[in-house]
Design a protein around this ligand. Structure first.
Ligand code: SAM
Length: 284
């Protein structure tokens, strides 16, 4: 099989065009998959670990120990594995659009086998799960990469039980003009260098800064989550709004939007339990 490459593909025009963005993004993640974990650790100076710990803590404190969880854009599976070790009875399915990422996740699973964790190739815009079947959906650096994040949020809300939790950690577009220039400029330079050095293609990591510029601010993401039918109970911006953890709860009475997929044959489904009282803890 030919090695995937971004050569000849223009980054900006693919980011602007929802119809072509996914193909670019999936190719890019297939290229970087084998070095993704190492890159993330270096590129974030280890901060990624503590941000993800925050996401895991926020989720496990809000769901039952035997929860059903989908980890979207699971990448190499680190969020799924952390959830698995914190919630010994949970059933966790990691879903990612890039087959090479799923291969990496499955390799890690083979090293620490668990019959409660699985990984599969899939598109978060059209999930193979029944309406109201999941206690939680987690998503690390995923929403920014899809062609239509509003559509992805609707799909997340569809598969969540009423009272179910979504936790999303992602980069966001800084609102301050000066900080945006500095932050995105820094990511462009460092990303291009790493891209050339590790893969011979600058754009594989230059993508990060450019995709952030095409994304929304963390406040706008909160509004989009609310519009999709979620009560946003936690907002934790970091790096002056360059990264944010959002946690939302699916409000009772929110009708599952039309998904356009046949989920009658969903792989996972179970009755809706009483979600119990929720304590809002909005941090601004
Ligand atoms: C930056 S990685 C994040 C991996 C992991 N969640 C983490 O936190 O390290 C983004 C992932 O989103 C995946 N992705 C992009 N578009 C997707 C889609 N439509 N559906 C599911 N996954 C997608 C990519 O393949 C990639 O693995």
């Amino acid at each position: 099989m030919n090695k995937p490459t971004l050569r000849g593909l223009d980054l900006e025009s693919h980011l602007r065009d929802p119809a072509r963005k996914q193909a670019y993004v999936t190719t890019m993640f297939d290229i970087i998959a084998p070095r993704y974990d190492q890159f993330t650790r270096w590129f974030s100076y280890g901060m990624d670990r503590s941000w993800k710990r925050g996401l895991i803590d926020a989720v496990v404190s809000r769901i039952p120990a035997d929860a059903r969880i989908v980890d979207l854009a699971c990448g190499t599976g680190d969020i799924a594995f952390s959830l698995g070790s914190r919630l010994p009875g949970a059933i966790i399915v990691g879903v990612d659009a890039a087959p090479e990422m799923v291969v990496q996740a499955q390799r890690s699973l083979a090293r620490r086998p668990s019959d409660r964790i699985s990984f599969q190739v899939g598109d978060m815009m059209s999930l193979p799960f029944a309406d109201g079947s999941q206690d939680a959906v987690t998503i690390g650096y995923g929403l920014r990469n899809v062609p239509d994040f509003h559509g992805a949020l609707r799909e997340i809300v569809r598969v969540l039980k009423p009272g179910g939790v979504v936790a999303c950690l992602d980069f966001a577009r800084p609102s301050s003009w000066l900080w945006r220039k500095l932050f995105l400029g820094y990511l462009a330079i460092l990303g291009s260098l790493y891209g050339w050095w590790w893969h011979g293609e600058a754009d594989v990591y230059r993508y990060i800064g450019r995709s952030i510029d095409h994304f929304v601010s963390w406040r706008a993401l909160s509004r989009a989550m609310a519009d999709a039918g979620l009560e946003v109970v936690l907002e934790r911006p970091r790096l002056f709004g360059g990264v944010c953890l959002h946690v939302g709860i699916k409000k009772s009475g929110v009708r599952s939007p039309e998904s356009g997929v046949d989920n009658k044959s969903a792989m996972i489904g179970c009755p809706t339990p009483d979600p119990g009282p929720r304590t809002p803890d909005i941090l601004r």
